[in-house]
Design a protein around this ligand. Structure first.
Ligand SMILES: N[C@@H](CCC[C@H](N)C(=O)O)C(=O)O
Length: 290
């Protein structure tokens, strides 16, 4: 069976976007992996699937698969690509839509300048709901946040990193580093992702504070490795920075693949993510594996 897809990106976080309203899409984790493969497939950090929603008040259902083949709850950069895709494909004539995801409803809006703003909903700050197991850990209060010590084993050496833990629908652990360019993202990212205190694994963020309205950020993503940008990672980092008393909304986020803007009015309020969404090419692929 040939699968029609669109290759898109949001600040360099790249996607294969698939219309599952007009074609049948029911892939195994191995097939998602094959599609994401950068040599034998199309290549992508995530695959985004557009479905009809059965939830009242929602225009579409949005499903997300990481390049490791696992289905996950949320993807912020993908949400921007999603609204651009459904507009370009004529699946809606609305510029602002409500989208059902595994972790609740989000609302992306196409702006006149071509950028997209997404209401990502309120961050989840309760550790158990992230989910994050705090048993045996002593949290250190900082501002309105709590920093959690994660012990990492690095080639026989033990190192502790202090992280803010929260969910933007998906789990994040954010640490402040002096310089994102020299931060050990490839080395410690996988250890944090698989740390036993995160039962569903975690996205690991490395944030450099430039000033109170500007950060640099690298994210080692769960199920995808380091990406050029992570939308939910940017939301999580800014929420953590504001709660720690280091940042004021709105905040410019420089990722390796582009710039995002995050606004958050505080506890219980939604996080707004603004950034680009770009269509790269259209294609058709016959999956070689079952
Ligand atoms: N790139 C994304 C996040 C995708 C999902 C993530 N890797 C996870 O497993 O939670 C974004 O832009 O938010």
């Amino acid at each position: 069976m040939k699968l029609k897809f669109t290759k898109m990106h949001g600040a360099g976080n790249d996607f294969v976007v698939i219309d599952a309203i007009n074609q049948q899409v029911d892939f195994s984790p191995a097939q998602w992996q094959a599609l994401a493969d950068r040599r034998f497939g199309v290549g992508a950090d995530q695959m985004l699937v557009v479905e009809k929603s059965t939830q009242a008040g929602c225009d579409f259902r949005y499903r997300i698969f990481n390049s490791d083949g696992g289905e996950v709850e949320q993807c912020g950069n993908g949400a921007r690509a999603f609204v651009k895709f459904v507009a370009e494909k004529g699946l809606t004539d609305r510029r602002s839509i409500a989208v059902e995801t595994m972790s609740g409803v989000i609302s992306p809006r196409l702006e006149d300048d071509g950028s997209v703003t997404v209401d990502m909903g309120a961050p989840v700050l309760e550790p158990a709901l992230v989910p994050f197991d705090t048993e045996g850990l002593q949290g250190q209060p900082e501002g309105r946040d709590t920093l959690w010590p994660l012990m990492l084993e690095l080639g026989g050496e033990k190192e502790t990193v202090l992280v803010s833990v929260l969910s933007m629908g998906n789990p994040h652990a954010v640490q402040v580093v002096a310089d994102t360019e020299t931060a050990p993202v490839e080395l410690t990212g996988p250890l944090i992702e698989h740390h036993p205190h995160f039962p569903k694994r975690v996205n690991a963020g490395f944030m450099q504070i430039v000033d109170r309205g500007h950060i640099r950020l690298r994210v080692f993503e769960r199920g995808a490795g380091e990406t050029l940008a992570c939308g939910t990672g940017a939301c999580a980092a800014v929420v953590a920075g504001i709660r720690r008393g280091l940042l004021d909304s709105p905040v410019r986020v420089d990722a390796r693949g582009g710039q995002l803007s995050i606004a958050w009015a505080g506890e219980g309020q939604p996080v707004y993510l603004t950034g680009p969404a770009v269509t790269v090419f259209e294609g058709e692929i016959e999956l070689a594996i079952n």
